[in-house]
Design a binder for this molecule. Structure first.
Ligand code: AMP
Ligand code: MG
Length: 390
């Protein structure tokens, strides 16, 4: 048995950053920018008014000053010509500031009669002009790698970057194993249950940028498992769920090895999730997760998420643990690292009452995994503990 840390390092050796592809700007949100992109224009491309008002010469601005309105500048339609002394141009937000003007008096500060305006309120020092290139200039760069947020998409749009280089999505094939399982929506027999963690894992991994294929459930037979592994071809990461222990029906190790899986390790000194196997299977990485729903999800957070992040080329693949203070005491931990389902609120953190690894209802209430080192002594209210937010 190896530690969680050693397991993670070995898992990272099984995967590497994937190549990039180009997607339309509108499809780029959430993807990982694979190469730096740069602006090919200035924004704004001209000095622009930031208010509705009148463009004038700053030197002529004073209370009660009068100007003759000689034309109009609107967003998308500049004033052709230059502003002379004593002249003003009606101007709107986003319009180019006319040549000869260097100040915009807001319309609230003037009184207009036909073609004449008078400044009726002292305008103050602000010119209400956005200089050309104030937002970004030609050559302004967005550095890769970076997970693209809606704000980045807006910025790239303004930069006129219509197609975006992003890391290809890692393809993950999920194989549920077990004679007792049926898919959600099907009618289970009297001894059957519904495959659940498969769908939790799909949601978890797609949320961080993988493309997940849920394969048909494999029965606990060699032939059925072989068929499932065959269907997984083309995936970057093949994940089996269940069948990884030492029972008579646990055939994942046997079948994967007969198909050429080179094992990296089997069993991690942790709770939940001890029987986890990993290795290379052809061109793919393979991880065999334990079947208990909570074990599978916890292993998803601890191992699959960082593997997917590594394939995406993200620099910091591990989410650092945070700390909080206990609002309820904890008894001494056993010999394995323990990831306890826990609830974090503004007053602190407390472990859920029942830590059985089959209880999805407890996991669904939890918003943190409270991390305990092997043989961690009993802890009191107020003691600081580590957790991973989920
Ligand atoms: P196993 O690792 O195959 O021995 O499974 C351990 C427990 O997890 C058993 O109670 C299984 O019924 C259950 N289990 C296995 N796979 C799934 C799954 N995909 N969804 C829900 N429960 C599962
Ligand atoms: Mg099973």
């Amino acid at each position: 048995m190896i530690s969680v840390e050693d397991a993670r390092n070995l898992l990272f050796d099984l995967v590497g950053p994937l190549p990039s592809e180009t997607v339309a700007l509108a499809e780029s949100a959430g993807r990982i920018l694979a190469q730096d992109v740069t602006a090919t224009r200035d924004q704004p491309p001209f000095a622009a008014s930031s208010m509705d008002g009148y463009a004038v010469k700053a030197a002529e601005v004073e209370l009660h000053a009068m100007f003759k309105v000689v034309g109009e500048a609107a967003a998308g339609q500049r004033f052709d010509g230059a502003l002379g002394p004593g002249q003003a141009v009606r101007i709107f937000t986003g319009a180019p500031v006319p040549d000869g003007a260097d100040f915009v008096v807001i319309q609230e500060d003037v009184d207009r009669r036909d073609d004449l305006i008078t400044i009726t309120d002292a305008p103050g020092p602000k010119a209400n002009i956005r200089p050309a290139g104030i937002d970004f200039a030609i050559g302004t760069r967005i550095d890769a790698p970076r997970q693209l947020r809606p704000e980045d998409v807006a910025l790239m749009a303004a930069m006129n970057i219509a197609s975006v280089p992003v890391t290809r999505k890692p393809v993950v094939a999920l194989i549920s194993t077990g004679n007792e399982l049926v898919m959600p929506g099907e009618t289970p027999g009297p001894d059957q249950i519904i495959a659940s963690n498969t769908f939790g894992l799909k949601a978890l991994l797609e949320q961080i940028g993988a493309h997940v294929r849920v394969l048909p459930i494999a029965q606990d037979t060699v032939a059925s498992l072989e068929t499932a592994f065959g269907l997984a071809q083309g995936a970057d990461l093949v994940v089996t769920i269940g069948g990884a222990s030492v029972g008579e029906y646990d055939l994942v190790a046997q079948v994967s090895e007969s198909l050429g899986m080179e094992r990296s390790f089997y069993k991690i000194r942790m709770r939940p999730g001890k029987p986890l196997m990993a290795g290379r299977l052809g061109d793919a990485a393979m991880v065999g997760l334990p079947g208990n729903p909570v074990s599978a999800m916890v292993c998803g957070y601890l191992f699959l998420v960082p593997m997917v992040r590594r394939m995406l080329g993200i620099e910091q693949v591990l989410t650092p643990f945070q700390t909080a203070r206990l609002t309820r005491p904890l008894t001494e931990n056993g010999p394995r690292e323990h990831y306890m389902r826990a609830v974090l609120d503004p007053s602190g953190i407390q472990a859920c009452d029942d830590q059985d690894s089959s209880l999805l209802s407890v996991l669904a209430q939890a918003n943190a995994l409270l991390v305990r080192a092997p043989h961690d002594p009993a802890q009191d209210v107020g003691d600081e503990v580590r957790y991973l937010a989920i």
